[in-house]
Design a protein around this ligand. Structure first.
Ligand code: DGY
Length: 333
C-alpha cells in the first residue's frame, strides 16, 4: 500500500487511509506524504511500522492512537490530526504527556450529520425500510387504509441528548417539522439559542419519559458509555423512537434489542454501532423496526472534502509549531 516516504528536507506525514484529494493536495504542498492508499485501515503492525519517525499523523476514527503508537512514532511526532469531530479513538492523556497537540474537524459536518439524524427519524417513524421491502418483494396488492401505519412526526416531542452544534441543528430541523423540542445537556444553551430553536432544557429522566423521539448527540466518554442502558430504555415512553448518530457504545445494544423486540420502543435508527462494523447476523438486524446504517452521517462529497481540508490544516499548523485551527482540549498532565 502506498510508497515509502520520500527522503527530502520536508516534514514527513503519514496518512492512514485514502482521503479526499482536497486534504492530500494541501499536505503535499508542504510535506512528504506517506499515504496508506487503501479503502481499508492498516493493520496494527503496519500502522506501528509506518508511523516510525514521522512528524505528523493524519488518522481516522478506526485507528487507535495510544502510548504504543506514540512510542512507535517516536520523538519526531509533532501533531496528531483526526479526520473526524469525535476523538474517542485517541488517548488524549498520552498525547498530552508528550506535548503533542490533537486536532479534529468540528463545524463542517454539522449539517450533514443533523440531516442524517433527521432522515433516520423520518425513516423509522414512517417505516420506510419495511415499506420499500414490501414493494420489492411484490407484496403490494392494493391501497390499504391499515397498511404499514407509522408514527405522525408533526406535533410530537423530540428529546435531544447533547445540545452542541449537531444537536442544535437537529432541533432546527424538528422545528420545521412542527415538533416540540426538549434537550438535556451538561450546560444550558444561551437564552437566544433556546428561544430561536424553541428548545427547553430538562433533566435526562424527564426527557426520556416525555419524548416521542430521543436523538443522541454526545461524545463517547467513560460517563456516556451505555448512557442509554436498560434503565434508560425502560424510562422511555412506550412506543417511542431512539436515534443514535453519535457513537455506538453510548447505547447498550443488547438492552435495545430487548426493548425493540418487546415492542416497548416503536423503533430505532442507528448510524453507529458497537462494534463497527456490525455483522449481518447481529440480533438487531433481525428486527424490522431497527434501521442500521454504516456510519455515514458525514458522508457527503462536500462534507468529506471539508473534513479532509480541516484535518490537513491541523497537520500543517502542528508541523509549523502553531496552534491548531481545531485543537481538541488536552487534559492537564
Ligand atoms: C465524526 O466525525 O466523529 C463522525 O463520526 C464521522 O464523520
Amino acid at each position: 500500500m502506498g510508497g515509502s516516504p520520500m527522503s527530502s528536507g520536508q516534514p514527513r506525514v503519514f496518512v492512514t487511509r485514502r482521503i479526499p484529494d482536497a486534504g492530500l493536495a494541501l499536505l503535499r504542498d508542504a510535506a512528504s506524504v506517506d499515504l496508506f492508499d487503501s479503502g481499508m485501515p492498516p493493520d496494527r503492525d503496519e500502522l506501528l511500522a509506518r508511523v516510525a519517525g514521522v512528524d505528523g499523523l493524519l488518522c481516522l476514527l478506526t485507528d487507535r492512537v495510544d502510548d504504543e503508537l506514540l512510542d512507535a512514532a517516536g520523538p519526531s511526532l509533532r501533531v496528531v490530526s483526526n479526520l473526524a469531530v469525535g476523538y474517542d479513538n485517541i488517548d488524549l492523556a498520552a498525547c498530552a504527556r508528550r506535548g503533542i497537540p490533537v486536532g479534529n474537524t468540528p463545524g463542517v459536518l454539522t449539517e450533514a450529520t443533523a440531516d442524517l439524524a433527521f432522515a433516520l427519524l423520518l425513516a423509522v417513524a414512517r417505516r420506510l425500510p419495511e415499506s420499500e421491502r414490501f414493494v420489492r418483494e411484490d407484496r403490494w396488492v392494493t391501497w390499504d387504509p391499515l397498511l404499514l401505519l407509522g408514527r405522525e412526526v408533526s406535533g410530537q416531542t423530540l428529546g435531544i441528548i447533547g445540545f452542541g452544534r449537531i444537536g442544535r441543528e437537529v432541533a432546527r430541523r424538528a422545528r420545521g417539522f412542527g415538533m416540540r423540542v426538549l434537550y438535556h445537556s451538561r450546560s444550558r444553551a444561551p437564552e437566544p439559542v433556546e428561544t430561536e430553536l424553541g428548545a427547553t432544557m430538562v433533566d435526562l429522566d424527564t426527557l426520556l419519559g416525555t419524548c416521542d423521539v430521543v436523538s443522541v448527540h454526545v461524545n463517547l466518554t467513560p460517563e456516556t458509555r451505555h448512557l442509554i442502558d436498560a434503565r434508560a430504555l425502560a424510562t422511555m415512553r412506550p412506543g417511542s423512537i431512539l436515534i443514535n448518530t453519535s457513537r455506538g457504545p453510548v447505547v447498550d445494544q443488547a438492552a435495545l434489542a430487548d426493548a425493540l423486540r418487546s415492542g416497548h420502543l416503536f423503533g430505532a435508527g442507528l448510524d453507529v454501532t458497537d462494534p463497527e462494523p456490525m455483522r449481518a447476523d447481529d440480533p438487531l438486524l433481525a428486527l424490522p423496526n431497527c434501521l442500521v446504517l454504516p456510519h455515514v452521517a458525514s458522508a457527503t462529497d462536500t462534507t468529506r472534502a471539508r473534513m479532509a481540508e480541516k484535518a490537513a490544516r491541523n497537520v500543517l499548523a502542528g508541523l509549523r509549531g502553531e496552534p491548531l485551527p481545531d485543537a481538541v482540549p488536552l487534559p492537564a498532565v
